[in-house]
Write a protein that binds this ligand. Structure first.
Ligand code: MSP
Length: 500
């Protein structure tokens, strides 16, 4: 048995969660469930990033304090995760005391290590954007409310660890995945790495964790947020717990936060003398059609709308089935309906309907005795026997889309087998053969269902209940002849296109 510590980014509470946030969280949940089924001890961490400029601005827009705003938005995330059947082990909010004190501890330790210094920075500051802009940006004339600001700040000596980081990435091929993201980071590190400004003067931005050695400053939001990955599993508070879980097995992130994770976070860990996570996996973006999802374009997909129309499991399935991990994917209502109708209604749902329909018709719902298998069934049995191991290998390699696809190919094979064997005809001439076919299809369906359970926990539980095999392992022959199947309505009724 091994441990599996998986994290999602902690989401800014500047708006309600959208399908992009739901995607990473479902992905972490799916991986966690596969690992739990494999007997691993799992720690799945997610949460909210509640400090910083973005959250402060969002709160101001609503005329609320940042804390009240965060308290108001947090349940939207928590409730969505509940609706989506997300089984996380801990949920961090960065305004919690348990996190704040560890960020301050980290600041102290990095400071004691000699990795923090103060510097006076003078530059163009855009009040509208609330950030320093470069000379070129200033020259573009695209920024409003620009003034020259001279400001003292605290800096983290990120540059000190540049070479160490390059060497580390090169020596650990699985550290940044997929491969093209690793190359992107190595390319980025070919330029001299600057140091990181990790403070904000309270006079300008006060929504953050106070710097323990200078009360006039708060911590830069990224230096605060990244620490959640160690504050929760016990760094500085519970040595035993920390030793058990750290390093994380995988930080799941979107491609836009690659640098903060692969450069800021890793150099922070170097400074603390801690191990780096085993893998940082950056997935692509969900595009709407071909365009970026954005509030101003009005094309943000709210997962709750989809769930209401198609059900939780269909949404989880679609997201896992459609995105090749690492690449962008296009969300369109058409592709959703196509995926639903072809995989869930036609292939999976239909297999159950056919098998259970015939078992009810021919045997009063009783699972028939298979008798000795013929060569064609032996082929199916071998595929079923190999399925769990093959899925496990793909999941360990973060190939979730391929794993789902493999299971669906097996479901298609079972449907083709039913068609070619035609047990409804066989029943008239050779009842033994008809029984063998029905048992084989039902047992294949059961094993495919177990393999799909981490992706569709609700519907698969229903199918296993129908098959009277809730706790049986994915091992051929565990479906009990003589057992009566529970009557049921169609699992995934076809969506008629007009309806959408
Ligand atoms: N708070 C930071 C993360 C701190 S982690 C220590 C943050 N939050 S975020 O809410 O803006 O974004 C969270 C995640 O959502 C990022 O991984 C980002 O890539 C992801 N997504 C935002 N839009 C997305 C899509 N359209 N598609 C897929 N994921 C997207 O960044």
């Amino acid at each position: 048995m091994s441990k599996f510590f998986v994290t999602t980014p902690i989401y800014y509470v500047n708006d309600a969660p959208h399908i992009g946030h739901a995607y990473t969280t479902i992905l972490a949940d799916v991986l966690s469930r596969y690992h739990r089924t494999a007997g691993d001890e799992v720690f799945f961490l997610t949460g909210l990033d509640e400090h910083g400029q973005k959250v402060k601005q969002a709160a101001e827009k609503r005329g609320m304090t940042p804390q009240a705003h965060s308290d108001d938005l947090a349940p939207r995330f928590i409730n969505l995760w509940k609706t989506l059947d997300i089984q996380y082990d801990d949920f961090i909010r960065t305004t919690q005391e348990r996190h704040k004190k560890i960020v301050q501890l980290v600041l102290q330790q990095v400071n004691e290590r000699g990795d923090i210094y103060t510097d006076e920075y003078e530059g163009w500051y855009s009040v509208a954007e609330e950030r320093f802009i470069t000379d070129a940006e200033y020259g573009s004339g695209q920024f409003r409310d620009v003034k020259k600001i001279k400001e003292k700040n605290y800096f983290f000596k990120m540059s000190k660890y540049q070479q160490k980081l390059i060497d580390y990435i090169q020596a650990h091929p699985d550290f940044i995945r997929p491969e093209h993201r690793k190359n992107e980071m190595l390319g980025f590190l070919r330029q001299p790495l600057g140091d990181l400004c990790i403070s904000r003067p309270k006079a300008r931005m006060d929504w953050g964790i106070e710097i323990p050695f200078d009360r006039d400053y708060v911590t830069y939001v990224w230096f605060d947020a990244l620490v959640n990955y160690i504050s929760v599993p016990g760094y500085g508070s519970d040595e035993k717990k920390f030793k058990k879980w750290w390093p994380a097995d995988v930080h799941l992130i979107g491609k836009d936060i690659l640098t903060t994770h692969c450069v800021y976070w890793t150099t922070m860990l170097f400074s603390l003398g801690l191990e780096l996570p085993n893998t940082i996996f950056a997935h692509g973006w969900w595009l709407i059609g071909e365009t970026k999802m954005s509030k101003s374009l009005g094309n943000v997909v709210n997962p709750l709308d989809l769930i209401e129309t198609y059900g939780v499991d269909a949404v989880r399935f679609y997201l896992m089935r459609e995105m090749v991990l690492g690449l962008d994917a296009n969300f369109t209502p058409d592709s959703f309906v196509k995926c639903y109708n072809s995989d869930l209604a036609n292939d999976y749902g239909n297999l159950l309907n056919r098998v259970s329909g015939l078992i009810h018709k021919n045997h009063d719902g009783m699972v028939p005795e298979p008798g000795p298998l013929a060569p064609v069934e032996e082929i199916i049995k071998t595929q079923a026997d190999e399925l769990p191991r093959r899925v496990k290998d793909l999941i360990n390699g973060f190939k979730v889309q391929e794993a789902v696809s493999l299971i669906m190919v097996f479901v298609q094979t079972l449907n083709k087998y039913m068609e070619s064997q035609a047990p409804w005809k066989l029943a008239k001439t050779d009842m033994k053969a008809a029984n063998r076919v029905l048992y084989t299809a039902a047992e294949g369906l059961r094993i495919a269902t177990i393999m799909l359970a981490p992706v569709m926990p609700e519907k698969t539980a229903e199918v296993l209940d129908i098959l009277g095999a809730k706790d049986a392992p994915p091992v051929w022959g565990k479906l009990m002849p003589g057992l009566v199947l529970r009557p049921h309505s169609p699992l995934f009724p076809r969506i008629e296109v007009e309806k959408t």
